[in-house]
Design a protein around this ligand. Sequence first.
Ligand SMILES: Cc1ncc(COP(=O)(O)O)c(C=O)c1O
Length: 414
Amino acid sequence: MKYNFDRRVDRRGTDTFKWDKLAARFGRDDIISMWIADMEFETPVPVRDALKKRCDHGIFGYTFRSDAYHDAVRKWVKARSNWEIKNEWICFCPGIVPALSLCVNTFTRPGDKVITQTPVYPPFYTVVKKNGRRVVENRLKYELNQYTIDFERLAEDIRLKSTPFTSSLANGAYQFDPAVKMMLFCNPHNPTGRVWQQSELERIGRICLENNILIVSDDIHCDLVYRKNQYIPIASLSRELQANTITCISPGKTFNLTGLATSAIIIPDEKLRQAYNNTLETLELDGGNIFGAIATTQAYTHGEDWLDQLLAYLENNLNFLLEYFDEKIPLIKPVKPEGTFLVWLDCTGLGLEGLELMDFFVNQAGLAVNPGDSFGKDSSRFVRMNMAFPKKVLETALNRLEAAVKSRLQLKQG
Ligand SMILES: Cc1ncc(COP(=O)(O)O)c(C=O)c1O
């Protein structure tokens, strides 16, 4: 491999959330930090070189995003996702979570409903609730260790509750709830790792178009997709969907740049774009930062080769992890992700849930993971584990987990 993803870098003492907030979050810091979704890999050299060069200039006054930045985003989207976009469609936000909140704020009103597929990344709830809107949870179907969209349930979830429900979406026997104004969609989906297929996207798109539901698609993990799967931006499927979708992307997860707080919000429809930019300007958030723009431009221009090798490395980690659980920790069943470097672990076999399950991971296994119930009501027997580590570290983590599970079994039997 041309790039060394095995290299360990000590991140402690760099004001990093993942490592320097361990004690505050988990009560101890002598554990392996596998919670927050950033990677333990250094960002590609061309990105770092460009940042250093700009840093050496020594003056960091007000800035704007250049044509080179917009060209880089547009070309990246075409190259990786085969979606032809225009420079002027690319709007700014300091992050994707702020963009979700901004969209909820701009395109819905207090009391409106926003639907999302759960379990889901926790801010999908908070950006809705904190803006005084209501979350409609469209629970994914979990069967045989895999997640799919439950379209029957989706029909029920967006039905006006005073009308009778028949199970066919097509027969028009009931009315949809006009209060449902937006869908917060996640593709690839965090935490299940699903990369939605074209047929699923088409069905979601059709339902949203038929019922005037604006789609805000958080595609932050879109570059991190494993072989045999393909990421498709829902907006790219038709002109109608293009006009009804706001697509949020960023180099943050892909190139480990989340701390640079720069994301690209693609809004093809002119009216929607104006409304979004209006809010961005009203909040005075449109400035952005010099380093974020440089890093995005460099990563999207020179990062393809690095990314392809990163994906190979991550897929190797993933296969190692899946085999490890299968052979040595069969009580825990990972949901095989099609994308993302996050693994959703079904720990039902351990007989623990909620705080007890977290206590087991943190204090018995020495691993900081995300609690399942922060992603949705029915997920207290799950945790989310980040596997974007040098393989040796991942191996140590799995060894620790195996030992903790064994000693728990011995205690139970003894
Ligand atoms: C689905 C999803 N959206 C958004 C974010 C965070 O985006 P940002 O840091 O750009 O606000 C994450 C981070 O884990 C995520 O998984």
